[in-house]
Design a protein around this ligand. Structure first.
Ligand code: SAM
Length: 239
């Protein structure tokens, strides 16, 4: 899918994105995002023990900003800056509406393509990304191009994405759920629902394969934690 189409598709979905994400997963994605925050916060503390001054955090494919906002609440430090990057103006607009309610001024939304981050090498201490890797995997450039750009700019990268359960019974149940609830009911009840985007859950690499991709692009250490039998996983990669 080309970048313009991705941006347009998320622009159209932006008003219903949070609702769709919550309803189609029965709230499970909230638990998964909290797991990402937990791991990102552990990494944040490691970094802050080494670097006493202000650090820059990057939330990639930030969308409506749940990760940027939750992480900001968790670190509770007005000094550190969170840059929230996304290609969709509509999604970032929702992020701005949300964080204004909290009166934050240390989250900076930026419209940019992950394959060409407007950042110098190594300026970011910690990057997070939730449910963006699948979009990049289906993006107009090879997946590795985006990951190399993250590696160029960031020292740690914590990623949450759907994965492939290794148990065949769980996998069968998971795929059945995806077909009937997400694909069919989603298209019936929500206009602007991007059915294709949800189909990509079945194509995205499993947790071990994704770890190997991260090592291949040049991350030195990669750990992962599976969620709900491997339906999703959090990868923690260090440069
Ligand atoms: C499924 S949403 C995830 C949003 C949010 N992180 C979450 O947890 O719900 C994927 C986001 O990735 C953005 N995106 C896709 N490709 C991108 C690219 N090449 N550069 C920047 N953002 C991109 C889309 O605009 C969309 O907002």
């Amino acid at each position: 899918m080309n970048l313009k189409d991705i941006a347009l598709s998320f622009d159209k979905m932006s008003n219903i994105y949070d609702l769709v994400s919550y309803m189609m997963s029965f709230g499970v994605t909230i638990y998964w995002r909290n797991q990402l925050i937990k791991h990102a916060f552990k990494v944040y503390n490691i970094i802050k023990n080494q670097i006493k001054k202000k650090i820059y955090i990057l939330d990639l494919c930030s969308g409506t900003g749940d990760i940027a906002i939750k992480l900001n609440q968790k670190i509770n430090n007005k000094e550190d800056i969170i840059i929230a990057i996304d290609i969709s103006y509509g999604m970032l607009k929702k992020l701005i509406e949300k964080y204004k309610k909290y009166g934050y001024n240390n989250i900076i939304p930026v419209i940019a393509d992950i394959s060409k981050l407007p950042l110098k090498d190594n300026v970011i201490s910690l990057a997070t990304m939730s449910f963006g890797a699948r979009s990049l995997f289906e993006g107009e450039k090879p997946f590795q191009t985006y990951l190399k750009e993250i590696l160029r700019t960031c020292n740690y990268y914590v990623n949450l994405e759907t994965s492939q359960p290794s148990n065949p019974v769980i996998k069968f149940l998971y795929y059945s759920y995806l077909y009937f609830i997400i694909i069919i009911l989603g298209s019936l009840f929500f206009s602007h629902y991007n059915k294709e985007y949800f189909r990509t859950i079945m194509k995205f690499p499993g947790f071990v394969e994704f770890k190997n991709i991260l090592l291949d692009v040049g991350f030195k250490e990669v750990e992962y934690n599976n969620l709900m039998f491997g339906m999703a996983s959090v990868h923690i990669a260090k440069k």
